[in-house]
Design a protein around this ligand. Structure first.
Ligand code: ATP
Ligand code: MG
Length: 242
């Protein structure tokens, strides 16, 4: 049996584009494959970003952290399934919850082609468990941020430390090609980190923010926007690399 691939967002730097990337990639991948997106961030950002497709109403990830079957937390709309977060998730940072999370991810892999997990920027036992389960960790780098490179290197070091051997790729987000800092970031990655950077950057676009506010992936609400086109290409690159 071919097992699904686990893709996890990884960055302890806030606001780099983790949630936007995971929501849009989950949507793009679900056009052809079965996808489940798990929100493991107590801020429930991914939950809010898909609330226009699926209204979470009571069931959430704490069910699986308590050891129940993943189906007790799942919402589905066609090939796109979703497990919402809970703002009390910090109460579940125990070894038992981590074991339950691992078991659920393993079960989901036998049903879904892709299991995507959106993480909070803090490192917790749950996020380490998700990272260790990953076939691919995506490190979003906000390319127009002057501190982006330092942040990206810190993330790389951290992944090697807490999830040794897990494959990772940098994803340039909020990219503004005309900005000097974005040019420097692209140059650095194409020279120094060519094998670990996703070729297509996700460009800065007002539609990325607008769609989140509407509770919809940008790729669904504004499919013709530059950033939606970018995420479509990125999802294809990701399919090839896991
Ligand atoms: N390509 C883009 N163009 C414009 N705005 C974007 C883009 N990608 C993300 N954003 C905006 O940047 C902000 C941070 O993005 P996002 O929530 O995806 O980051 P995050 O890494 O998940 O943040 P956190 O660390 O809080 O979880 C949001 O307001 C989002 O709408
Ligand atoms: Mg987020």
């Amino acid at each position: 049996m071919v097992l699904g691939k686990v893709i996890v967002s990884a960055s302890t730097k806030g606001g780099t584009g983790k949630t936007t990337s995971m929501v849009n990639l989950a949507w793009c991948l679900s056009r052809k494959k079965k996808v489940v997106l798990i929100d493991l961030d107590l801020n429930k950002s991914a939950t809010l970003c898909v609330s226009g497709i699926i209204e979470a109403n009571g069931k959430d990830v704490t069910n699986i952290l308590n050891g129940n079957k993943y189906s007790s937390s799942l919402y589905s709309d066609g090939n796109f399934s979703f497990i919402p977060s809970n703002d009390r998730i910090f109460l579940y940072d125990s070894e038992k919850s981590a074991i339950n999370l691992k078991k659920s991810i393993d079960s989901l892999k036998s049903v879904y082609d892709y299991v995507l997990v959106d993480l909070h920027c803090n490192i917790t036992g749950l996020s380490i468990t998700a990272l260790k389960s990953a076939d691919l960790a995506i490190i979003p780098v906000s390319s127009s941020d002057p501190l982006a490179l330092a942040g990206a290197m810190r993330q790389e070091k951290l992944i090697k430390e807490v999830a040794e051997g897990v494959k990772y790729k940098f994803l340039l987000c909020r990219h503004q090609a005309r900005k000097t800092v974005s040019k420097q970031v692209v140059e650095y990655f194409s020279k120094e980190k060519k094998s670990t950077v996703i070729k297509t950057p996700a460009r800065e676009s007002v539609f990325a923010q607008k769609s989140s506010g509407l509770g919809l992936p940008c790729c669904l609400k504004y499919p013709k926007s530059t950033v939606a086109q970018d995420y479509k290409k990125i999802s294809k690159e990701i399919e090839r690399s896991v």
